[in-house]
Design a protein around this ligand. Structure first.
Ligand SMILES: [Fe+2]
Length: 383
Protein backbone atom coordinates (compact mmCIF):
# COMPACT_ATOMS: atom_id res chain seq x y z
CA UNK A 1 0.00 0.00 0.00
CA UNK A 2 1.36 3.40 -0.91
CA UNK A 3 1.58 5.78 2.04
CA UNK A 4 2.68 9.21 0.93
CA UNK A 5 5.62 7.85 -1.08
CA UNK A 6 6.42 5.02 1.36
CA UNK A 7 5.25 1.49 0.97
CA UNK A 8 3.65 -0.30 3.93
CA UNK A 9 2.15 -3.73 4.35
CA UNK A 10 1.21 -5.97 7.24
CA UNK A 11 3.71 -8.75 7.84
CA UNK A 12 1.52 -11.87 8.22
CA UNK A 13 4.22 -13.69 10.21
CA UNK A 14 4.82 -11.11 12.92
CA UNK A 15 1.63 -9.07 12.75
CA UNK A 16 3.83 -5.98 12.42
CA UNK A 17 4.43 -3.66 9.47
CA UNK A 18 6.98 -3.90 6.69
CA UNK A 19 7.80 -0.34 5.72
CA UNK A 20 9.97 0.72 2.80
CA UNK A 21 10.75 4.14 1.42
CA UNK A 22 10.46 2.92 -2.16
CA UNK A 23 14.26 2.96 -2.37
CA UNK A 24 16.85 1.02 -0.40
CA UNK A 25 15.38 1.52 3.07
CA UNK A 26 13.36 -1.27 4.63
CA UNK A 27 12.19 -1.70 8.22
CA UNK A 28 10.40 -4.57 9.92
CA UNK A 29 8.34 -2.96 12.65
CA UNK A 30 7.20 -5.04 15.63
CA UNK A 31 3.50 -4.60 16.52
CA UNK A 32 4.29 -3.49 20.10
CA UNK A 33 6.90 -1.03 18.76
CA UNK A 34 4.21 0.42 16.47
CA UNK A 35 1.66 0.61 19.29
CA UNK A 36 4.13 2.61 21.40
CA UNK A 37 4.52 5.09 18.51
CA UNK A 38 0.84 5.88 17.93
CA UNK A 39 0.10 9.43 18.93
CA UNK A 40 -3.62 9.98 19.03
CA UNK A 41 -5.17 12.23 21.71
CA UNK A 42 -5.80 9.29 24.05
CA UNK A 43 -2.25 7.89 23.77
CA UNK A 44 -0.21 10.69 25.36
CA UNK A 45 -0.68 13.35 28.00
CA UNK A 46 -0.77 16.59 26.02
CA UNK A 47 1.62 18.45 28.35
CA UNK A 48 4.10 15.88 29.64
CA UNK A 49 4.01 13.72 26.47
CA UNK A 50 4.05 10.68 28.74
CA UNK A 51 2.07 7.64 27.64
CA UNK A 52 -1.32 7.31 29.27
CA UNK A 53 -0.92 3.54 29.81
CA UNK A 54 1.63 1.07 31.12
CA UNK A 55 3.22 -1.08 28.45
CA UNK A 56 2.40 -4.20 30.47
CA UNK A 57 -1.32 -3.48 29.98
CA UNK A 58 -0.97 -4.32 26.29
CA UNK A 59 -1.45 -7.88 25.14
CA UNK A 60 1.92 -9.59 24.58
CA UNK A 61 0.65 -11.08 21.30
CA UNK A 62 -0.81 -7.84 19.97
CA UNK A 63 -0.97 -7.65 16.15
CA UNK A 64 -1.72 -5.00 13.56
CA UNK A 65 -5.06 -5.81 11.87
CA UNK A 66 -5.32 -2.98 9.37
CA UNK A 67 -3.36 0.00 8.08
CA UNK A 68 -4.47 2.77 5.78
CA UNK A 69 -3.51 6.34 4.96
CA UNK A 70 -4.84 8.76 7.56
CA UNK A 71 -4.95 12.54 7.32
CA UNK A 72 -1.91 14.28 5.84
CA UNK A 73 1.27 12.29 6.46
CA UNK A 74 -0.22 9.92 9.01
CA UNK A 75 -0.91 6.20 9.01
CA UNK A 76 -4.12 4.98 10.60
CA UNK A 77 -3.56 1.67 12.38
CA UNK A 78 -6.12 -0.79 13.78
CA UNK A 79 -4.79 -3.32 16.32
CA UNK A 80 -6.05 -6.80 17.19
CA UNK A 81 -7.45 -5.52 20.53
CA UNK A 82 -9.77 -3.19 18.60
CA UNK A 83 -7.74 -0.02 19.32
CA UNK A 84 -7.39 2.41 16.45
CA UNK A 85 -4.96 5.35 16.33
CA UNK A 86 -2.58 7.35 14.16
CA UNK A 87 1.17 7.40 13.56
CA UNK A 88 2.89 10.46 12.16
CA UNK A 89 4.93 9.23 9.20
CA UNK A 90 7.47 12.01 9.58
CA UNK A 91 8.23 11.09 13.20
CA UNK A 92 8.53 7.45 12.15
CA UNK A 93 11.03 8.04 9.34
CA UNK A 94 13.05 10.37 11.58
CA UNK A 95 13.29 7.72 14.29
CA UNK A 96 14.32 5.14 11.72
CA UNK A 97 17.06 7.51 10.57
CA UNK A 98 15.60 7.83 7.07
CA UNK A 99 15.05 11.56 7.30
CA UNK A 100 16.77 14.35 9.19
CA UNK A 101 15.41 15.19 12.62
CA UNK A 102 15.81 18.95 13.13
CA UNK A 103 15.99 18.38 16.90
CA UNK A 104 19.15 16.26 16.63
CA UNK A 105 22.24 18.31 17.51
CA UNK A 106 24.97 18.25 14.83
CA UNK A 107 27.54 15.46 15.05
CA UNK A 108 31.13 16.32 16.03
CA UNK A 109 33.61 17.13 13.23
CA UNK A 110 37.12 16.41 14.41
CA UNK A 111 39.79 19.07 13.98
CA UNK A 112 43.51 19.50 14.39
CA UNK A 113 45.62 22.65 14.72
CA UNK A 114 45.55 23.22 10.95
CA UNK A 115 41.83 22.66 10.44
CA UNK A 116 40.61 24.51 13.47
CA UNK A 117 38.93 27.88 13.06
CA UNK A 118 38.33 29.15 16.55
CA UNK A 119 34.57 29.63 16.97
CA UNK A 120 34.03 32.97 18.65
CA UNK A 121 30.86 34.88 19.49
CA UNK A 122 30.07 38.15 21.19
CA UNK A 123 28.06 37.50 24.33
CA UNK A 124 25.51 40.19 23.49
CA UNK A 125 24.79 38.67 20.07
CA UNK A 126 23.44 35.55 21.71
CA UNK A 127 20.22 37.42 22.55
CA UNK A 128 19.03 36.62 19.03
CA UNK A 129 17.82 33.11 18.25
CA UNK A 130 19.82 33.01 15.00
CA UNK A 131 23.15 33.69 16.68
CA UNK A 132 22.37 31.37 19.60
CA UNK A 133 21.62 28.59 17.13
CA UNK A 134 24.87 29.29 15.25
CA UNK A 135 26.75 29.24 18.53
CA UNK A 136 25.23 25.88 19.52
CA UNK A 137 25.91 24.37 16.08
CA UNK A 138 29.49 25.54 16.42
CA UNK A 139 29.77 24.11 19.94
CA UNK A 140 28.40 20.69 18.95
CA UNK A 141 30.56 20.55 15.83
CA UNK A 142 33.84 21.71 17.39
CA UNK A 143 33.30 20.66 21.00
CA UNK A 144 33.91 24.17 22.29
CA UNK A 145 33.09 27.82 21.80
CA UNK A 146 34.68 31.08 22.90
CA UNK A 147 32.49 34.01 23.91
CA UNK A 148 33.82 37.54 24.33
CA UNK A 149 32.64 40.67 26.12
CA UNK A 150 30.90 38.92 28.99
CA UNK A 151 30.53 40.77 32.31
CA UNK A 152 33.58 40.45 34.58
CA UNK A 153 31.99 40.78 38.03
CA UNK A 154 33.08 38.10 40.46
CA UNK A 155 30.74 35.07 40.31
CA UNK A 156 28.93 36.38 37.22
CA UNK A 157 29.85 32.99 35.73
CA UNK A 158 26.88 31.49 37.60
CA UNK A 159 24.50 33.59 35.51
CA UNK A 160 26.47 33.05 32.29
CA UNK A 161 26.62 29.26 32.63
CA UNK A 162 22.97 29.00 33.65
CA UNK A 163 22.12 30.37 30.22
CA UNK A 164 23.18 26.93 28.92
CA UNK A 165 22.36 24.50 31.71
CA UNK A 166 22.15 23.64 35.39
CA UNK A 167 25.24 24.08 37.54
CA UNK A 168 27.00 20.93 38.71
CA UNK A 169 28.18 21.60 42.24
CA UNK A 170 31.26 19.71 43.44
CA UNK A 171 33.55 19.77 46.48
CA UNK A 172 35.12 22.87 44.85
CA UNK A 173 31.72 24.59 45.11
CA UNK A 174 29.29 25.76 42.42
CA UNK A 175 32.14 27.66 40.85
CA UNK A 176 35.87 27.45 41.49
CA UNK A 177 38.61 30.04 41.30
CA UNK A 178 41.71 29.42 39.21
CA UNK A 179 44.38 31.72 40.59
CA UNK A 180 47.75 31.16 42.22
CA UNK A 181 47.47 30.43 45.91
CA UNK A 182 49.69 29.07 48.69
CA UNK A 183 49.48 25.31 49.49
CA UNK A 184 47.42 24.57 46.38
CA UNK A 185 45.14 21.48 46.37
CA UNK A 186 45.46 21.25 42.58
CA UNK A 187 48.19 22.10 40.04
CA UNK A 188 45.70 24.50 38.45
CA UNK A 189 46.28 26.91 41.36
CA UNK A 190 49.96 27.47 40.50
CA UNK A 191 51.69 29.29 37.61
CA UNK A 192 53.22 26.19 36.02
CA UNK A 193 52.21 24.90 32.58
CA UNK A 194 49.41 22.34 32.59
CA UNK A 195 49.60 19.49 30.08
CA UNK A 196 46.48 18.73 28.08
CA UNK A 197 43.97 16.85 30.17
CA UNK A 198 40.29 16.23 30.71
CA UNK A 199 38.84 17.31 34.03
CA UNK A 200 37.74 15.18 36.93
CA UNK A 201 37.56 11.62 35.55
CA UNK A 202 37.43 10.60 39.23
CA UNK A 203 33.88 11.93 39.59
CA UNK A 204 30.76 9.87 39.00
CA UNK A 205 29.42 11.03 36.64
CA UNK A 206 32.33 12.89 35.04
CA UNK A 207 31.33 16.58 34.62
CA UNK A 208 30.01 17.07 31.08
CA UNK A 209 30.82 20.65 30.13
CA UNK A 210 33.36 23.01 31.63
CA UNK A 211 33.28 26.80 31.56
CA UNK A 212 36.34 28.97 32.18
CA UNK A 213 35.69 32.68 32.63
CA UNK A 214 38.42 35.30 32.77
CA UNK A 215 37.96 38.14 35.24
CA UNK A 216 41.51 39.53 35.27
CA UNK A 217 44.71 38.82 33.43
CA UNK A 218 47.82 40.92 34.00
CA UNK A 219 50.42 38.32 32.98
CA UNK A 220 52.06 37.32 29.73
CA UNK A 221 51.74 33.63 28.95
CA UNK A 222 49.12 31.52 30.65
CA UNK A 223 47.58 30.87 27.24
CA UNK A 224 44.66 28.48 27.19
CA UNK A 225 45.31 25.32 25.15
CA UNK A 226 42.77 22.99 23.55
CA UNK A 227 43.00 19.69 21.72
CA UNK A 228 40.26 17.68 20.05
CA UNK A 229 40.26 14.29 21.80
CA UNK A 230 38.39 12.68 18.91
CA UNK A 231 41.17 13.72 16.51
CA UNK A 232 43.97 12.19 18.61
CA UNK A 233 41.97 9.03 19.28
CA UNK A 234 41.32 8.62 15.55
CA UNK A 235 45.00 9.15 14.81
CA UNK A 236 45.97 6.49 17.36
CA UNK A 237 43.41 4.08 15.87
CA UNK A 238 44.99 4.67 12.44
CA UNK A 239 48.58 4.34 13.72
CA UNK A 240 48.16 1.43 16.12
CA UNK A 241 44.76 -0.26 16.27
CA UNK A 242 46.14 -2.69 18.84
CA UNK A 243 47.11 0.08 21.28
CA UNK A 244 43.82 1.90 20.68
CA UNK A 245 41.85 -1.28 21.36
CA UNK A 246 43.56 -1.69 24.73
CA UNK A 247 42.77 1.93 25.62
CA UNK A 248 39.11 1.21 24.79
CA UNK A 249 38.99 -2.10 26.67
CA UNK A 250 40.96 -1.49 29.86
CA UNK A 251 39.00 0.10 32.70
CA UNK A 252 41.22 2.52 34.60
CA UNK A 253 40.66 3.78 38.14
CA UNK A 254 40.91 7.54 38.61
CA UNK A 255 41.33 8.89 42.12
CA UNK A 256 41.34 12.30 43.76
CA UNK A 257 42.33 12.80 47.34
CA UNK A 258 41.97 16.26 48.79
CA UNK A 259 41.22 18.02 52.06
CA UNK A 260 37.44 17.76 51.62
CA UNK A 261 36.82 14.66 49.51
CA UNK A 262 38.21 11.30 48.38
CA UNK A 263 36.75 10.50 44.98
CA UNK A 264 37.10 7.49 42.70
CA UNK A 265 35.57 6.53 39.40
CA UNK A 266 36.47 4.08 36.65
CA UNK A 267 36.45 4.17 32.87
CA UNK A 268 38.47 3.54 29.70
CA UNK A 269 40.72 6.20 28.14
CA UNK A 270 38.73 6.04 24.89
CA UNK A 271 34.99 5.31 24.97
CA UNK A 272 32.45 5.01 22.17
CA UNK A 273 28.69 5.35 22.38
CA UNK A 274 26.16 2.67 21.35
CA UNK A 275 26.57 3.77 17.71
CA UNK A 276 30.34 3.32 17.78
CA UNK A 277 31.04 7.07 17.75
CA UNK A 278 33.95 8.19 19.96
CA UNK A 279 32.31 10.21 22.74
CA UNK A 280 34.51 10.22 25.81
CA UNK A 281 38.23 10.66 26.31
CA UNK A 282 39.69 10.36 29.79
CA UNK A 283 43.21 11.69 29.98
CA UNK A 284 44.37 12.86 33.35
CA UNK A 285 47.78 11.35 33.60
CA UNK A 286 48.56 12.25 37.20
CA UNK A 287 45.45 10.61 38.62
CA UNK A 288 45.07 7.33 36.74
CA UNK A 289 45.72 3.82 38.08
CA UNK A 290 45.61 1.00 35.56
CA UNK A 291 44.96 -2.50 36.94
CA UNK A 292 47.85 -5.01 37.21
CA UNK A 293 47.20 -6.73 33.87
CA UNK A 294 49.55 -8.99 31.92
CA UNK A 295 52.74 -7.47 30.50
CA UNK A 296 51.64 -7.56 26.88
CA UNK A 297 48.41 -5.68 27.59
CA UNK A 298 50.13 -3.16 29.84
CA UNK A 299 52.92 -2.52 27.33
CA UNK A 300 50.25 -1.71 24.72
CA UNK A 301 48.39 0.42 27.27
CA UNK A 302 51.46 2.44 28.25
CA UNK A 303 52.55 2.92 24.63
CA UNK A 304 49.04 4.06 23.61
CA UNK A 305 48.68 6.41 26.58
CA UNK A 306 52.14 7.87 25.89
CA UNK A 307 51.20 8.47 22.24
CA UNK A 308 47.94 10.20 23.23
CA UNK A 309 49.92 12.38 25.62
CA UNK A 310 52.46 13.27 22.90
CA UNK A 311 49.78 14.16 20.38
CA UNK A 312 47.74 16.14 22.87
CA UNK A 313 50.76 18.34 23.63
CA UNK A 314 52.04 18.69 20.06
CA UNK A 315 51.57 21.69 17.80
CA UNK A 316 49.92 19.39 15.22
CA UNK A 317 46.85 19.06 17.40
CA UNK A 318 47.02 21.78 20.04
CA UNK A 319 45.72 25.31 19.63
CA UNK A 320 46.30 28.12 22.10
CA UNK A 321 44.77 31.51 22.70
CA UNK A 322 44.91 34.19 25.38
CA UNK A 323 42.28 34.81 27.99
CA UNK A 324 41.37 38.45 28.36
CA UNK A 325 38.91 39.88 30.87
CA UNK A 326 35.44 38.94 29.64
CA UNK A 327 36.53 35.82 27.70
CA UNK A 328 34.30 32.81 28.39
CA UNK A 329 35.32 29.37 27.17
CA UNK A 330 32.71 26.59 27.02
CA UNK A 331 34.04 23.11 26.25
CA UNK A 332 32.86 19.53 26.16
CA UNK A 333 34.89 17.87 28.89
CA UNK A 334 34.20 14.41 27.38
CA UNK A 335 35.74 15.44 24.08
CA UNK A 336 38.26 18.27 24.44
CA UNK A 337 41.49 18.27 26.37
CA UNK A 338 42.56 21.56 27.85
CA UNK A 339 45.68 22.94 29.48
CA UNK A 340 47.64 26.16 29.72
CA UNK A 341 51.10 27.49 29.09
CA UNK A 342 53.25 28.63 32.01
CA UNK A 343 53.21 32.20 33.27
CA UNK A 344 54.97 34.24 35.90
CA UNK A 345 52.64 34.70 38.84
CA UNK A 346 54.83 37.58 40.15
CA UNK A 347 53.96 39.63 37.06
CA UNK A 348 50.43 40.35 38.16
CA UNK A 349 47.05 38.85 38.87
CA UNK A 350 45.45 36.18 36.70
CA UNK A 351 42.00 35.20 37.86
CA UNK A 352 39.73 32.74 36.13
CA UNK A 353 36.56 31.20 37.48
CA UNK A 354 35.28 27.85 36.33
CA UNK A 355 32.22 25.64 36.70
CA UNK A 356 30.57 22.59 35.21
CA UNK A 357 27.17 21.88 33.74
CA UNK A 358 25.67 18.66 32.37
CA UNK A 359 25.53 17.87 28.66
CA UNK A 360 21.72 18.00 28.85
CA UNK A 361 21.48 21.79 28.94
CA UNK A 362 22.80 22.78 25.50
CA UNK A 363 21.16 19.72 23.88
CA UNK A 364 17.78 20.69 25.31
CA UNK A 365 18.28 24.33 24.33
CA UNK A 366 19.07 23.23 20.77
CA UNK A 367 15.89 21.11 20.58
CA UNK A 368 13.72 23.85 22.06
CA UNK A 369 15.18 26.35 19.62
CA UNK A 370 14.61 24.02 16.66
CA UNK A 371 11.00 23.64 17.73
CA UNK A 372 9.93 27.22 18.46
CA UNK A 373 12.71 29.21 16.77
CA UNK A 374 12.99 31.70 19.62
CA UNK A 375 14.24 30.12 22.88
CA UNK A 376 17.68 31.58 23.67
CA UNK A 377 18.30 30.28 27.18
CA UNK A 378 17.74 27.11 29.15
CA UNK A 379 14.35 27.31 30.80
CA UNK A 380 13.28 26.11 34.20
CA UNK A 381 9.82 24.79 35.09
CA UNK A 382 9.03 27.98 37.01
CA UNK A 383 10.19 30.36 34.22
FE1 LIG B 1 41.46 21.36 34.06
Amino acid sequence: MDLFGNNAEIDPQTGGIRLSNGGNKLAQLHPLWIRERVSGPSDFDVISRQRLYEHAELSADLKVSEIKPGQTDTIEVLFSDGYRSQIELNALTQELGWSHNPETPPEPRSWDAKLNKRPEFDWHELETAERMEEMLVSYFTNGYCVMQNTPTDRDSLKVLARRFGYLRETNFGEIFNVETKPNPSDMAYTDVALASHTDNPYRNPVPGIQFLHCLRNEVNGGLSTLVDGIAIAKRLIAESPEQAKVLEDVIVRFRYEGPSAILEHNGPLIERDHQGIIRHIRLSSRLDYVPALDSKTLSLFYAGRRRLHEMSNSSDFQISFPFKPGTLLMMDNYRLLHGRTAFNGQQGHRHLQGCYIDHDGPSSLYRMLSRDGKTTKVLREDD
